[in-house]
Design a protein around this ligand. Structure first.
Ligand SMILES: *Cc1c(COP(=O)(O)O)cnc(C)c1O
Length: 382
């Protein structure tokens, strides 16, 4: 089956009623027919039929063998971090979601795991940073918010040559546009809050493994069962419903984003536009090779911090808010919001500054979005 069909039907199993929509199972526990007999379900933390359908659907989309639907994107990132031990070394993309940086620094750093930030767009540089104790390379591509593109296949090869894993946070493109496991990654994860949820109404996360019968898979089974970071069944149902329209949403978002990126380039107040669908983006060729779409995230710089801040207050249709991926367009000011806790040394390296705005393009009419940006940018070049 092709993705558009998987998204709509997933692995829906018709029950006796013939219900087209997946039932929401709200039972926390399950009656056993007798001693040593089970329906396959025992207790809700371990498994739930609604959540199972969702996990199977995401596995199909990511071409993986096992998915866990979790209470947030951070819960998914936390599960990969727990896999490391004291003394391990982990390489991270230097442009990254701020919450991942905080988790590494303020939580796992205290357990003697060393995290090193590297420009993962440069595989030769990554190779030079690998150590015998490097256990993983963790990347985002496109990265948040600078939209750097890293070569998933090349990094997977480097990681595997060092007996390490490649972990990809695929939030920015969703499985509809990019399938890291097919390119060699070992683990793919998502903030399901973003494109998979798609309506700015639910917090969720996913972790998908390429292989089911591995030590990592067994370890994760124990961790999830023991720690209980699972997604509730109501939210699992919302995600299943959202994924039915994933394709048409993200394609429309990417179409709008491309129009807006071209338009932004023409505005006198805009000094830089970062969108991997623009042919002059340094990662353009790689992006076209490894993904089937460019996504709905556009970052841009304006002429001054004063102007960036003024724009936020003048928006009418677009909301000034954190988050991304929903049908409603949002504008974020990374330096003060998502990346406020980012070490200065990293933001200086990547160019994330107080002139940068990050637009999550929704499915509204592109002209209306550009009109709103135009009036918000104002007439003066501050
Ligand atoms: C939002 C986000 C996360 C964190 O996900 P939550 O659902 O907010 O916990 C992780 N990675 C990226 C790229 C994100 O955008």
């Amino acid at each position: 089956m092709k993705d558009d069909s998987i998204e709509v039907h997933g692995c829906h199993k018709y029950d006796a009623t013939g219900a087209i929509s997946n039932p929401i199972y709200l039972s926390s526990t399950y009656r056993h027919p007798g001693f040593r007999q089970s329906t396959g379900y025992d207790y809700g933390r371990v498994s739930n039929p609604t959540r199972d359908r969702l996990e199977e659907t995401v596995s199909l989309l990511e071409r993986g063998e096992r998915t866990w639907a979790l209470s947030s994107g951070m819960a998914a990132i936390n599960l990969v971090m727990i896999l490391f031990n004291t003394g391990d070394h982990v390489l991270l993309s230097e442009d990254l979601y701020g919450g991942t940086v905080r988790l590494a620094k303020d939580v796992y750093g205290h357990y003697g795991i060393s995290f090193e930030y590297v420009d993962t767009t440069d595989p030769a540089l990554v190779r030079s940073k690998l150590r015998p104790n490097t256990k993983a390379i963790f990347i985002e591509t496109p990265s948040n918010p600078m939209m750097f593109i890293s070569d998933i296949a090349a990094l997977a090869e480097l990681a595997h040559g060092n007996s390490a894993m490649l972990i990809v946070d695929n939030t920015f493109l969703s499985p509809h546009f990019q399938k890291p496991l097919e390119l060699g990654a070992d683990i793919v994860l998502h903030s399901g809050t973003k494109y998979l949820g798609g309506h700015n109404d639910v917090i969720a996360g996913f972790l998908t493994l390429k292989k089911r019968d591995t030590e990592i898979a067994k370890r994760l089974e124990v961790l999830v069962k023991s720690e209980g970071p699972n997604l509730g069944s109501m939210d699992a149902w919302l995600l299943l419903r959202s994924i039915k329209t994933l394709g048409i949403r993200v394609e429309r978002q990417a179409e709008n984003a491309l129009k807006i990126a071209h338009w932004l380039k023409e505005q006198p107040q805009v000094t830089q536009v970062y969108y991997p669908g623009l042919p002059d983006h340094p990662g353009y060729a790689l992006q076209q090779r490894q993904a089937s779409g460019n996504g709905g995230m556009v970052s841009f710089k304006v002429s001054s911090a004063e102007l960036a801040q003024a724009v936020l207050g003048r928006l009418q249709l677009i909301a000034f808010a954190e988050s991304l991926g929903g049908v409603e367009s949002l504008l974020t000011y990374p330096i003060a919001q998502t990346h406020a806790e980012m070490p200065k040394e990293l933001t200086e390296r990547t160019g994330l500054d107080d002139k940068l705005l990050r637009l999550s393009v929704g499915i509204e009419d592109a002209e209306d979005l550009m009109d709103d940006l135009q009036q918000a940018l104002g007439k003066d070049i501050l």
